[in-house]
Design a protein around this ligand. Structure first.
Ligand SMILES: CC(C)(COP(=O)(O)OP(=O)(O)OC[C@H]1O[C@@H](n2cnc3c(N)ncnc32)[C@H](O)[C@@H]1OP(=O)(O)O)[C@@H](O)C(=O)NCCC(=O)NCCS
Length: 182
């Protein structure tokens, strides 16, 4: 478990999977947040997906939990870890009721802490639609720099949207907090 100021990162449980199913019910948000095409999924399918997943050191998923309430806020991941080049990518999706409360930068900092301190990575990438102002603000607040734009890269609910590319090097990551392991 990794603990920040307001959130902690821990393993995803079966009970979490039931709640996380709601992320898939927002079609446009889900379609814009991943590279896979949106398809409908039942709660049982989502639970079976999480239950069937074996720990994968190259794609590490976490539940994001509020410290104060204990509520599940959403999910975050360090994915596509390349151990030769020591890079990887960050992803995060918060449940609708958890958005807009300022949790995202703390969750992103913890994901960076896991990637840089625990896994020894050198570089992280973060890709998001140029229309995703909250994600862009949270990434910049964590220290990510915008490195480019992929024009009309993503087909999202009826139109092509540009994708913004962000990067953060381990040497640039200055975590103002002391991250504690429990
Ligand atoms: C992207 C996401 C994780 C951001 O989390 P959030 O809870 O909405 O954002 P936060 O409340 O933590 O705010 C982070 C920063 O973004 C700013 N922000 C939030 N919403 C904003 C908006 N619509 N426009 C501009 N800035 C915004 C906040 O002001 C804050 O900056 P500040 O602390 O300097 O004020 C969340 O919106 C989400 O899960 N969205 C759906 C899934 C998704 O898009 N995932 C990302 C795929 S790449």
């Amino acid at each position: 478990m990794l603990r920040g100021d307001r959130v902690l990162l821990r393993a995803i449980t079966k009970e979490d999977a039931v709640s996380l199913h709601r992320l898939n019910e927002e079609v446009e948000t889900a379609a814009g947040a991943t590279t896979s095409p949106w398809v409908p999924e039942t709660v049982d399918q989502v639970v079976a997906y999480y239950e069937g997943r074996k720990p994968d050191p190259a794609n590490v998923g976490f539940a994001v939990q509020a410290i104060s309430s204990g509520d599940l806020l959403g999910t975050g991941s360090v994915w596509g870890i390349d151990t030769l080049n020591r890079n990887g990518h960050l992803g995060i999706s918060l449940l609708p009721e958890a958005r807009g409360h300022g949790y995202a930068p703390d969750a992103l900092r913890l994901l960076c802490d896991y990637a840089f301190r625990i896994r020894g990575l050198h570089r992280l990438g973060l890709e998001t639609l140029v229309t995703n102002s909250a994600m862009i603000a949270a990434a910049e607040k964590t220290g990510f720099r915008r490195e480019g734009t992929l024009r009309a890269h993503a087909w999202v609910a009826g139109s092509f949207v540009d994708e913004a590319l962000f990067g953060l090097l381990a040497s640039e990551f200055h975590d103002p907090r002391t991250t504690k392991e429990l």
